[in-house]
Design a protein around this ligand. Sequence first.
Ligand SMILES: [Zn+2]
Length: 123
Amino acid sequence: MLFDTLFTQGFTDEEIKAMVAHEIGHWYHLHDYKILAIDSANIAVLVIAFALCINNKSLLASFGFCDLSNFVSLLIFTKLSEPISFITRLAVSAVIRGFERDADLFAAKNHKEAVKTSLIRIF
Ligand SMILES: [Zn+2]
């Protein structure tokens, strides 16, 4: 993301062009739409999994609960989904890192040296 603070942090014009090119690279590769699709799929899977868990008598019984309870179902679902969510977050992070690399490569086509120096300056 670009902020107006770029102009006050001492970046050169070429480095600013490289950062704008990086953002254009995200647009060129349709990364926003891909992230939207990934997030939508993730939410759909969570909703379906929760629908399978909520007030599931055998699931509640396996945790020692005899009565149906939305609250207990939510607690059990939350605990059961944590390891899956951890793995999902790792996978999504890897995909997003790939998107950043794609955007950097797009920017480096015309601003190779400025991409290097701006990344060094950012970190
Ligand atoms: Zn980026």
